[in-house]
Design a protein around this ligand. Structure first.
Ligand SMILES: *[C@@H]1O[C@H](CO)[C@@H](O)[C@H](O)[C@H]1NC(C)=O
Ligand SMILES: *[C@@H]1O[C@H](CO)[C@@H](O)[C@H](O)[C@H]1NC(C)=O
Ligand SMILES: *[C@@H]1O[C@H](CO)[C@@H](O)[C@H](O)[C@H]1NC(C)=O
Ligand SMILES: *[C@@H]1O[C@H](CO)[C@@H](O)[C@H](O)[C@H]1NC(C)=O
Length: 249
């Protein structure tokens, strides 16, 4: 299938606390999120996040009601004509990274469909289910994404949720669907009236094995650190701004 996604990110500011430069121990030469990589520890791994409407990530098969979720790399989704936005990241394998997208300036996820899908790979394409980010009423700002590998090949990406344990009893948040801690969008600065930053933070962790069968531990660490609110911990480290605006795919 031809890859035709050429969406440009406009006004999307991405901060990441993972190392942005290439490190000498990075042996992975696949830089596009739509390429197929087999990785080992200490490599960088490129993946993408696409923002769009929930249904834009699915292919409707003729008149039937069956829908197939495709990778955003798949041109059949026609994301480029649907005003989707793409961001690409390259965290270091088996490190815990916090990827943040500053939503207070120009990029308001609710104006781009309000859902996001994480993805990587072409022949071995993997994509997460769409996750709700924001609409006019609610904004979810904190996510945990787990990248699961088998022998160095990405098998699965999924959002890990913990049933609102971090916001239970905190009146600043609303617990959506018993899974996501959300702000009311009118609490957010970008709404014009609010005071909360509401920038998007995605904590990324790795699980499974690399191409030499070495086991990734970062997901295990996230699980155990979670009770101490890793997000708050990284908050202070957001100083180093790296714009990784993608001329993707
Ligand atoms: C669409 O439906 C037809 C008939 O039900 C089926 O043969 C085909 O595999 C489906 N295609 C996709 C992309 O799901
Ligand atoms: C996001 O951008 C706004 C405006 O440029 C800035 O004031 C704010 O501090 C940034 N937030 C973060 C978390 O970097
Ligand atoms: C916003 O999203 C929430 C959670 O998915 C949903 O319950 C609500 O109906 C949505 N509101 C609007 C105005 O779309
Ligand atoms: C702020 O949020 C309200 C809904 O809570 C919406 O109607 C309004 O358009 C938003 N304002 C801006 C400037 O985004």
């Amino acid at each position: 299938m031809a890859i035709g996604v050429r969406v440009e990110i406009v006004g999307l500011i991405i901060l990441t606390m993972s190392i942005c430069g290439e490190s000498s121990s990075d042996t992975n030469r696949v830089y596009s999120p739509c390429g197929d990589a087999r990785i080992q520890r200490k490599d960088g791994f490129s993946f993408g996040i696409a923002f769009g409407k929930h249904d834009d990530f699915f292919l409707v098969n003729g008149t039937s009601t069956s829908r197939l979720q495709l990778s955003p790399c798949d041109s059949r989704l026609n994301l480029q004509n649907n005003n989707a936005q793409l961001a690409s990241f390259r965290p270091k394998v088996d490190q815990i990274s916090l990827l943040t997208i500053n939503t207070s300036a120009n990029f308001q996820p609710e104006n781009y469909g309000g859902y996001m899908v994480a993805f990587a790979g072409r022949k071995y394409a993997a994509r997460s289910p769409p996750a709700f980010v924001a609409n006019g009423s609610y904004t979810v700002s904190s996510f945990t994404l787990v990248l699961e590998f088998q022998k160095g090949r990405l098998e699965n990406l999924f959002w890990k949720r913990d049933g609102c344990s971090l916001c239970k009893g905190n009146s600043n948040y609303v617990c959506l669907n018993n899974q996501d801690c959300a702000y009311r969008t009118n609490q957010c600065k970008r709404n014009g009236s609010g005071t909360e930053d509401c920038s998007l933070g995605i904590q990324v962790a790795f699980s499974g094995t690399d191409k030499h069968d070495a086991v990734f531990n970062s997901w295990y660490e996230v699980k155990n650190l979670r009770q101490y609110s890793l997000y708050g911990l990284y908050d202070n480290l957001r100083g180093s701004l790296s714009s990784q605006l993608s001329n993707l795919i």
